[in-house]
Design a protein around this ligand. Structure first.
Ligand code: SF4
Ligand code: SF4
Length: 227
């Protein structure tokens, strides 16, 4: 991320320009997923420069994977592509069917109710406590890093979210800014602010699977705007 930008608005503008400039180098059908991947890479490069000794997260710890996760549609297509690249067709079909069922299960639950209901993310390996799409996980997951595992576990046990996860503010702030940039880039690519909407993770992946690919989704959204 740009380090000489003096405020968040400048950072956001710079990120939007950076993502759009990178997108133009790609064929149209790969532009939106390319922007999402680029945003995720920017997050990782930037986060790697931050101090990390205070972070409590690690493999096998996954209480947070019962939380509501909001994503941009571009990131849902990254997940879809990743699944298709790394799993057999039958496995992907089965996983997408379970993702759609999970989307219905959590539809309409606000984040606090969702947390208390303890409905795990479909991409969590519950035995290992690891993310099965780690490489393609969305910015919201990348940005959530706790400084106190006991607090996460206490919150999971009580189902009470009032104190929140004691998240590392730097990483959380950067992931949020990148999500905003990605949402703005998506809206610009479609020509409609409606395309900037954030979706619940399972709902977004189900929508991505229904559209088939990002370009088809962009055309559908553009058609809605004109209609
Ligand atoms: S946010 Fe909390 S529950 Fe999630 S991996 Fe980090 S320490 Fe574990
Ligand atoms: S995508 Fe991965 S990291 Fe994010 S909630 Fe699901 S299992 Fe956890």
């Amino acid at each position: 991320m740009r380090t000489d930008a003096t405020n968040e608005a400048e950072q956001l503008d710079w990120l939007v320009r950076e993502l759009r400039s990178d997108m133009r180098k790609l064929p149209k059908r790969r532009q939106l997923t390319g922007a999402a991947r680029h945003a995720q890479e920017l997050f990782e490069t930037n986060a790697a420069r931050l101090p990390s000794g205070h972070l409590a997260c690690g493999a096998g710890c996954a209480s947070c994977c019962n939380a509501h996760v909001g994503v941009e549609m571009a990131e849902a297509f990254v997940i879809l592509e990743y699944l298709r690249r790394t799993r057999s067709d039958d496995t992907v079909d089965d996983l997408l069917a379970r993702t759609a069922a999970r989307a219905s299960e959590v539809a309409g639950l606000d984040p606090a109710t969702r947390w208390a209901a303890r409905v795990p993310c479909i991409f969590l390996d519950p035995d290992a406590g690891t993310c099965t799409i780690y490489e393609a996980r969305p910015l919201a997951c990348r940005g959530y890093n706790s400084t106190n595992r006991d607090a996460c576990e206490a919150m999971a046990a009580s189902g009470d979210t009032k104190d929140g996860i004691p998240a590392d503010g730097e990483r959380l702030g950067r992931s949020r800014l990148l999500r905003q940039a990605l949402a703005r880039v998506t809206a610009l690519s479609v020509g409609s602010e409606a395309a900037a909407e954030h979706f619940e993770l399972h709902t977004a992946v189900t929508g991505a699977a229904e559209a088939g690919e990002a370009l088809a989704w962009q055309r559908k959204m553009r058609g809605k705007t004109k209609g």
